[in-house]
Ligand binder design. Structure first.
Ligand code: SF4
Length: 234
């Protein structure tokens, strides 16, 4: 597991998705090695056998993919939690919408808790920056946090939800259903980052049904789709 210790990391502890993933692995009699991104390549080199899977924080997804030899599966905490708590297939399908976003489209950023936003906050700073870079123009971004989830979803081209670690599965699914009813695509931070960094197919590949949903939606939206800006094939 690759766990960056950056400004957003809480002091003295790991965050819930990381702790839960470690616990889940231990419950299944697996061994876990946890490293920061700078130590990852060296740690992998020292192993006598390759790990069955590498799980990294979405913020270091590009580095993880670049430093993980092709036979080793890799994914992100965000993908594991989208699968565990919500609906990974729907979220993967939603991520494909990023490929057809245009400048000035309206995007909703939804955070399930009202944590204190820091200077380089992912939802308010990093994610909008990556999306705007990818789209090649400005986007209208609106942030909702906590229990605040607007009724009028129709005006958004895409909802990008946080990992939802504070939501129950029922609450997470209810938000997804609300978006589905309004026919507004929904994805999450991690998938969005992986898409904009061009590595979403690699990190979805441990989950073939989700990868297929993503690829089909890309093809449906862009019939002449052939690896656009930054979207590397596997
Ligand atoms: S609920 Fe969302 S915004 Fe709050 S800590 Fe969890 S992932 Fe972050």
């Amino acid at each position: 597991m690759i766990v960056p210790i950056d400004l957003e990391a809480p002091k003295g502890r790991l965050i819930l998705p990381q702790v839960q993933t470690i616990r889940e692995a231990l419950d299944h009699d697996a061994s876990v090695l946890v490293v920061k991104e700078r130590e990852y390549a060296q740690a992998l080199d020292k192993l006598k056998i390759y790990p069955d899977i590498v799980v990294g924080d979405s913020q270091v997804v590009l580095k993880m993919v670049m430093e993980t030899p092709e036979p080793i599966k890799c994914t992100t905490f965000s993908i594991l939690f989208a699968r565990n708590k919500g609906d990974l297939i729907e979220m993967a399908r939603g991520a494909a919408v990023i490929g057809s976003l245009k400048p000035n489209d309206k995007i909703m950023i939804a955070e399930a808790c009202s944590h204190h936003a820091i200077e380089d906050d992912i939802g308010r700073v990093k994610l909008p920056r990556w999306l705007k870079q990818y789209v090649g123009g400005d986007l209208q971004m609106e942030v909702y946090s906590g229990r605040d989830f607007p009724e009028n979803l129709k005006e958004y081209k895409l909802i990008v939800h946080c990992g939802g670690c504070m939501l129950t599965r029922r609450e997470a699914l209810s938000r997804i259903h609300q978006a589905q009813e309004e026919k507004v695509p929904i994805t999450n931070y991690g998938l969005c980052i992986s898409f904009s960094q061009g590595v979403i197919q690699r990190v979805l590949s441990p989950f073939p049904a989700a990868l297929e949903a993503f690829q089909n939606e890309m093809l449906r939206r862009k019939p002449a789709f052939s690896a656009p800006r930054g979207l590397k094939s596997l």
